[in-house]
Ligand binder design. Structure first.
Ligand SMILES: C[C@H](O)[C@H](O)CC(=O)C(=O)O
Ligand SMILES: [Mg+2]
Length: 402
């Protein structure tokens, strides 16, 4: 039995998956001294030898994945995410069968087939990361074939500009650069005891005094805490420093801990999480169990745009705010179309971070960056995600399927 398919669009002829080193954020390679690898609290910090650097325990071991889809008429769509060589294997050796000869307009069926054919070894993590990369490349190709930006295909902009908060070690500088808030990495976890807790509060207080009372300050805990520590940190950071939200305090598997933290946290302080969660089912769990005030899916990890539509609609129907994890153009095209995503994250990838630099340099050409903490919707007015792949970088294709 065949399923009807619109035949007017050029179909996918080639699927290519590349790895490349450099660019991107914490899961990509960063040089020594970069703020993003400077004694950040992690679940691995219970082992002193892995405390100073996330690269020491292998945060960058997978690196970048680039998925490229070429249509019969030569039009190319692509996307950049993480997952590196193992994700390239999954894309070329497994997922490509659901793409070759298909129209990119059939993204629902393609997503369904990618997800359910890998379910026995997938569901989250690397496999959904690979699926997300393919899905983003499909949306890019669809936009390029139709001559439409992705945000148009998602229903159009609901506001004229995106407003950003900045993630990085210098919210004081972010404020000067026009961002609406600054999210700091937490540096010390439970293994560093009371002394570490005091240092965390001192760092936050210092930033509060530098930024003034009205600037949003948030803490990113990168899954490093336990419920007791997170509760104490939340209370003190609220009382002493006016913290706006505490992010990813616990393991992403600990839905019960998040539900308890949301109950324990002082009224007014927001509990946020979700960048390491995946699919409509994972986010449904977070929302149905009342784990957080803001969900933060990463469109390059949660299943791509096709899945983010479902996640966002469920959040909208429950009155939950969704502020996607920073993933450059891939989230900008979504956020601009949603009332329940009133602002966006910008990850400061300058090592200082003392200036605004593109997140995916050198892989992407034409990547817009916030000026005065904002990007105009009109800057997204290019087909697909509006960026091109820099062909001058060393792209490696480890598992060709053709
Ligand atoms: C700062 C965090 O540890 C991480 O590198 C980035 C992140 O979780 C976020 O942007 O959110
Ligand atoms: Mg985070």
């Amino acid at each position: 039995m065949t399923t009807a398919s619109f035949t007017g669009l050029s179909r996918i002829r080639y699927v290519r998956a590349f790895t490349v080193r450099g660019g991107g954020a914490d899961y990509h390679d960063q040089g020594a001294g970069h703020w993003i690898d400077d004694h950040i609290a992690t679940p691995m910090a219970r082992y002193p030898e892995y405390r100073q650097s996330r690269q020491s325990f292998g945060i960058n071991v997978l690196g970048t994945l680039v998925v490229e889809l070429e249509a019969e008429d030569g039009t190319v769509g692509f996307a950049v995410t993480t997952g590196g060589e193992p994700a390239a294997f999954i894309v070329e050796k497994h997922l490509s069968r659901f793409l070759i000869g298909r129209s990119p307009a059939d993204y629902e069926k393609i997503w369904d087939q990618m997800y359910f054919s890998t379910q026995y070894y997938g569901r989250k993590g690397l496999v959904v990361n690979a699926i997300s990369g393919v899905d983003l490349a499909i949306w890019d190709l669809l936009g390029k074939l139709r001559g439409e930006p992705v945000y148009h295909m998602l229903g159009g902009a609901v506001r004229d500009e995106l407003q950003f908060y900045a993630t990085g070690a210098r919210p004081d500088l972010a404020k000067e650069m026009g961002f609406i808030g600054g999210k700091l990495p937490l540096h010390h976890g439970p293994a560093e005891g009371l002394e570490g807790l005091e240092k965390n509060i001192e760092n936050l207080s210092d930033m509060r005094s530098k930024c003034g009372d009205d600037f949003w300050l948030m803490l990113d805990c990168w899954m490093s805490l336990d419920l007791d520590y997170a509760t104490r940190l939340a209370q003190r950071a609220w009382d002493e420093c006016g913290l706006k939200w505490i992010e990813e305090a616990l393991s992403p598997d600990d839905y019960w801990g998040y539900a308890a933290l949301k109950k324990n946290a002082p009224r007014g302080l927001l509990v946020t999480t979700g960048e390491h969660e995946a699919t409509r089912w994972g986010f449904r769990m977070l929302m149905d169990m009342d784990c957080c005030d803001i969900i933060q899916p990463d469109v390059g990890w949660c299943g791509g745009v096709t899945e983010l539509i479902k996640i966002a609609n469920y959040a909208d129907s429950r009155g939950v705010m969704m502020v996607p994890h920073g993933s450059s153009v891939y989230s900008y095209h979504f956020v601009i179309t949603r009332h329940n995503s009133p602002f966006a994250e910008f990850l400061m990838m300058h090592p200082g971070p003392t200036e605004v630099v593109p997140m995916f340099a050198p892989q992407l050409l034409g990547e817009p960056v916030p000026v005065n903490g904002r990007i105009r919707a009109s800057e997204l007015d290019k087909p697909g995600f509006g960026v091109e792949l820099n062909r001058e970088i060393a792209l490696h294709r480890p598992y060709p399927n053709d």
